[in-house]
Write a protein that binds this ligand. Structure first.
Ligand SMILES: [Zn+2]
Length: 108
């Protein structure tokens, strides 16, 4: 099992990556809002692209919040236990998704 320090570093690296992604998405969406001359079809495509970007953005922000919660849990010693039932979260699950706060049963 990885040490808390290793997990903490993993979470912080992941958090940085996501923060960069959110920033680039936001500047991308912002940039597209500048006045552009395009025909209607292109405008529709552009709006759809923006919606996709916003969905990715929302998901990334949600993951950042989960990472912050996981970092707090490492610090207060509750990391690795399910927030719902209190059981230990499977190591495999934590290795794949180090920021999850529930065991696989409670996530379903
Ligand atoms: Zn559970």
């Amino acid at each position: 099992m990885p040490s808390n320090q290793e997990t903490l570093e993993k979470l912080q690296t992941l958090r940085e990556e996501l923060t960069h992604r959110i920033q680039s998405i936001q500047s991308d969406v912002h940039h597209k809002k500048e006045p552009v001359e395009k025909d209607f079809a292109e405008q529709v495509t552009q709006r759809e692209n923006d919606d996709v970007l916003k969905a990715i953005d929302g998901e990334a922000q949600q993951t950042v919040r989960l990472i912050d919660a996981a970092i707090r849990r490492i610090k207060d010693g509750t990391y690795g236990t399910c927030a719902v039932c209190g059981e230990k979260i499977a190591e495999k699950r934590l290795a794949a998704l180090p920021y999850v706060t529930t065991c696989i049963k409670c996530a379903e």
